[in-house]
Ligand binder design. Structure first.
Ligand code: HEC
Length: 140
């Protein structure tokens, strides 16, 4: 009961999202979630961290592990400026595929800096899943 209460309290301070429960379930057994949520990493780095935690004993199915990585990338991602970053930095920092990162750079070169989220809609074919997940991590 005490443990359950702790989990509920811990979850209360966390950003909402479908994966929140999975995150709390998978990541709060050994240390406080606050230890996790005070840092900001790219999705690529979160993937490494979560893999490391799984090797230390964190338990989850492959699906749950993916969900946790996605939750962390969405809410505790490292902001990246889409106008000053190279294509490689867009790939590493925001998880864009190489082709999508190139499209963003080309758009910038032709039209000047992206000014707001809506400008992404003017670049055809960007992966909507990545865009949605990285929404909080994009700086203009
Ligand atoms: C089985 C126990 C266990 C679980 C479950 C667990 N961790 Fe950890 N975690 C550890 C240990 C042990 C350390 C300390 C590692 C060290 O000091 O080198 C740690 C440290 C960390 C750190 C800090 C690393 C640092 O350098 O300060 C982060 C971030 C982290 N864990 C994230 C997570 C995430 C995300 C999850 C859920 C996927 C998770 N942990 C689940 C055992 C666990």
């Amino acid at each position: 009961m005490r443990v359950l209460l702790f989990l509920l309290l811990a979850a209360d301070d966390l950003p909402e999202g479908a994966e929140r429960e999975t995150f709390v379930k998978m990541c709060s057994n050994c240390h406080a979630v606050a230890r996790i949520t005070k840092v900001k990493f790219s999705k690529r780095f979160w993937t490494t961290v979560v893999d490391d935690m799984v090797s230390k004993g964190a338990e989850g199915t492959e699906e749950e592990t993916e969900a946790v990585i996605s939750y962390l990338a969405r809410h505790f991602g490292k902001p990246v400026n889409v106008n000053t970053s190279t294509a490689k930095q867009l790939q590493e920092g925001l998880s864009f595929a190489a082709a999508d990162a190139e499209k963003i750079v080309k758009y910038r070169e032709a039209n000047g800096p992206l000014k707001s989220w809506e400008d992404f809609a003017k670049i055809p074919g960007l992966n909507p899943k990545v865009l949605d997940e990285q929404k909080k991590n994009v700086l203009f």
